[in-house]
Ligand binder design. Structure first.
Ligand code: FES
Ligand SMILES: [Fe+2]
Length: 473
């Protein structure tokens, strides 16, 4: 750090803020969107080795992955007893299954005999899990129900037949596990996000797409690009006419180490381009290159006196009503259009409202600090007057393929290509760095710093700020 100032972290873009735009809303703004908490996270450089060193990676394996709540799947995928999903993280693996009594179990995916990987499928339905090696049978309730030549194992008592398990819990219809039996509850860990999801619960949506792709970078490099809008100017320059990047709002609550938020305005020009575009020009650009307003081919003429933002929000209300029977008449323009998402430590990003229906998950790839796996899931509304459509199965892309090959992502595929094209360059760069450190913006990249502070707390076994009244309603 070169410069000492008293107001570090307090400066903001001079463009109208998210809160200024909320002031202009014609509908009542929910209290949670008015919460503009921010805690300065410091200005020191971070050592570049955090993104490539074996030592740092090993300390994450030792202290972070075995102690944190991690997203496995949506609960709908485990609807019936015997439905299971396998969750792999570094060298660990779990079978997360709907048990015969209707509760969820998360069992170490390893045979109770000689530890063979018990279930090698990603997901499915099973009445039992039979080991391919010697045939021991493990019930969906996590119990060894059958031992081949049982007479030879009379030294194993009832206790020795119980499969070790992880904690399992749900939030907003998402299934999480935690290997640490002493971990705080999922509710304490996430804190109070109830208000943030009350008007558009994830339980009222379905997983309509799920695409997974290996990336040639550390898992943190993959993640960090999605928790700031600072990269829009260089990575997504075509979005400048309609993405409020430099005036995005970043929220960090002092009593919650696991959660942070970003709110980026849509249909509002970037402060980098100012008022270069008229409202009609913005609409032309958005309707041509974005699918947010539908797929109309003819030019839409903006009604007199209406902003692009008001018009597109109204269009979305109409489309959601038409397509899913959803009444969004009380929801603000921000809730219809903006990117409002929460990072939940250590590795997921969850959107709320209707701006973008996405969940991201980032995991290390096995034993390699320089490779990772990214999941993109779309959580879209469905017509609740009809039977719930099944959750999408995973579409696996190779490391070399383009996100656009996944048809289920629609036109978002090329945006993800833009994002992840930086990944190998950042990985190469942190390893080549003569400065041997990275610098971060005090505000726009504060969530990255907050994420690293929490990583350090886990690695150094420091006390965590849990739950708390924030993010508050
Ligand atoms: S290792 Fe599973 S039955 Fe032998
Ligand atoms: Fe991006």
């Amino acid at each position: 750090m070169n410069i000492q100032r008293k107001d570090l972290g307090q400066r903001r873009s001079e463009a109208p803020s998210v809160q200024d735009y909320l002031d202009r809303e014609k509908r009542q703004v929910p209290t949670y969107l008015r919460d503009n908490a921010y805690t300065y996270q410091g200005s020191e450089d971070l050592p570049a080795e955090r993104w490539y060193s074996r030592e740092f990676y090993d300390s994450e394996i030792k202290h972070v992955w075995p102690r944190t709540w991690q997203l496995v799947c949506v609960e709908e995928e485990l609807a019936q007893p015997g439905d299971y999903v396998v969750y792999d993280i570094v060298h660990w693996s779990f079978i997360v299954v709907r048990r015969s009594d209707g509760t969820l179990g998360a069992y170490y995916n390893s045979c109770m005999h000689r530890a063979t990987r018990l279930c090698d499928a990603a997901a499915g339905h099973a009445t039992e899990f039979r080991c391919p090696f010697h045939g021991w049978v493990h019930s969906i309730d996590g119990y060894v129900s059958e031992i081949t030549c049982e007479w030879d194992f009379d030294h194993l008592d009832e206790q020795a037949r119980q499969m070790p398990r992880a904690q399992v819990d749900t939030w907003q219809g998402l299934v999480f596990i935690n290997m640490d039996p002493a971990a705080p509850s999922l509710r304490e860990y996430i804190g109070n996000l109830d208000d943030a999801f009350a008007r558009y619960p994830l339980t009222s949506k379905r997983k309509s797409a799920h695409v997974q792709k290996p990336l040639p970078c550390n898992w943190k490099i993959a993640l960090e690009q999605f928790i700031e809008a600072y990269h829009v100017i260089a990575t997504h320059p075509e979005g400048l006419p309609y993405i409020g990047d430099a005036n995005a709002q970043y929220n960090i609550w002092p009593d919650n180490d696991h959660v942070s938020r970003m709110h980026t305005l849509h249909s509002v020009a970037s402060p980098h381009v100012g008022d270069r575009y008229s409202e009609q020009e913005k609409l032309d650009i958005i309707t041509d290159i974005s699918d947010k307003a539908g797929t109309q081919k003819r030019r839409i003429v903006l009604p007199e006196g209406m902003s692009t933002r008001e018009f597109l929000a109204e269009e979305r209300r109409r489309l959601l009503k038409e397509e899913y029977g959803l009444d969004c008449s009380e929801l603000t323009d921000a809730e219809m259009l903006d990117t409002i998402h929460y990072f939940i430590f250590p590795n997921i990003v969850v959107w709320t409202a209707y701006g973008s229906p996405i969940i991201y998950r980032f995991r290390p790839h096995m034993d390699d600090p320089r490779r990772s796996v990214m999941d993109v899931m779309f959580m879209t509304p469905f017509d609740t007057s009809k039977p719930r459509p099944p959750s999408a199965e995973i579409d696996y892309l190779s490391a070399e393929s383009s996100w656009t090959e996944a048809k289920s992502l629609g036109r978002m595929g090329w945006v993800f290509d833009q994002d992840t094209s930086n990944a190998p360059l950042v990985q190469a760069g942190v390893m080549a760095s003569g400065k041997r450190a990275v610098s971060l913006g005090n505000y726009q990249e504060a969530r990255i710093r907050h994420f690293h502070h929490t990583l350090d707390k886990y690695i150094n076994n420091e006390p965590l700020n849990l739950g708390g009244p924030n993010p508050r309603s």
